[in-house]
Design a protein. Structure first.
Length: 337
């Protein structure tokens, strides 16, 4: 009797669902650590680090809007601070003129940025690559200079004396713990919403645009319509994030629209992990902490940030979270083998 031939068992391959799952667990870890941080800070009576962490989350929201364009659609926005600043100004003017409602100020900031995003998007989506980046940069420069020279908006001084926002009865933006948790909830909802969107047919269109937008047109979809929709969505997210800024700081200035804010958001995305969605939040938290710590020793903290940026680009091109997710995937593959 012939010996039976034993075929080797094929190694288990990691499915896309499991690949996404690694990033999801990293996201859950981020929000769990944030909640633990709030509990510890509350017990210690800390205010400074809570405010710093809240600022990191606010700029993390801006970075999420950048990742939606850069990582998910393949469009590099060098002027996303335009919508962040518009949201901040709209929120500040709302709180000073129409009452102290957190929800109204947040909605006005998002809607104003979305409306401007429609106009800016109709201009910007006609181009791609470096030309898209330059057009978005130019639009931000034009608007920031207009705001900088408008006396009714405070000119170079901005708007000061913005009153606190009332989130709920008895809960105001002046409460460091409460406002940190509100900002964390906002960022978590934005992240969860974008993660859901990327799994829908619209999200697949965005992924197709990132790969090759001409093929998307061949199968019957209009890439310009999808690009305009995602551009406006990113503008609304940036505007809503900006609306939180004057609630925390009590002022706004034209500097919120400057290129440095847009550049920092892009760095947050690349360092954290382009296209991961949760990576920008890690990047914003890491770089905000580094600026605070290093800035207490020297005013040249940008040198350290620049060196870190170059190291990450060279060593981990997919960003810190992209590298961590790949490491988790390899371990899961070995376990399943």
């Amino acid at each position: 009797m012939a010996d039976a031939v034993v075929l080797p068992t094929p190694k288990a391959e990691l499915s896309p669902t499991r690949a996404i799952g690694a990033t999801r667990w990293i996201a859950i870890f981020f929000f769990a650590i944030a909640l633990a941080f709030a509990i510890v800070a509350k017990s210690l009576g800390d205010t400074f680090y809570l405010r710093l962490a809240t600022e990191a989350l606010i700029f993390g929201g801006l970075a999420l809007s950048v990742d939606l364009l850069l990582g998910c659609t393949g469009l590099l926005p060098l002027g996303q601070a335009l919508f962040f600043g518009l949201g901040a100004y709209a929120s500040a003017l709302t709180l000073k003129s129409w009452g102290d409602s957190f929800w109204i100020a947040l909605a006005v900031g998002a809607c104003v940025s979305a409306l401007v995003g429609i106009v800016a998007g109709l201009i910007a989506i006609r181009s791609k690559g470096v030309y898209f980046a330059l057009i978005s940069f130019g639009l931000a420069q034009v608007v920031s200079k207009i705001v900088f020279n408008t006396r009714e908006l405070g000119a170079s001084d901005g708007i000061i004396g913005v009153p606190p926002a009332a989130v709920l009865p008895g809960v105001a933006s002046t409460d460091p713990v409460a406002f940190f948790l509100v900002t964390l909830a906002f960022v978590a909802l934005v992240y969860a919403g974008l993660a859901y969107v990327m799994e829908t047919p619209f999200g697949r269109q965005l992924a197709a645009i990132r790969s090759n937008q001409h093929r998307l047109a061949f199968i019957g979809f209009d890439p310009k319509r999808a690009k305009l929709a995602v551009f406006v969505l990113a503008a609304a997210i940036a505007g809503a994030s900006g609306a939180l800024y004057p609630m925390m700081r009590g002022f706004v200035s034209p500097e919120l629209m400057f290129f440095q804010v847009s550049g920092n958001a892009v760095i947050n995305v690349i360092v954290g992990g382009t296209g991961t969605l949760i990576g920008p939040l890690y990047g914003a938290a890491l770089l905000t902490a580094l600026r605070s710590v290093i800035g207490s020793y020297t005013e040249h903290h940008q040198i350290v940030i620049g060196v870190l940026f170059m190291v990450v680009v060279i060593v981990a091109p997919k960003g810190l979270i992209g590298y961590a997710a790949a490491l988790i995937q390899r371990r899961r593959t070995r376990t399943a083998a």
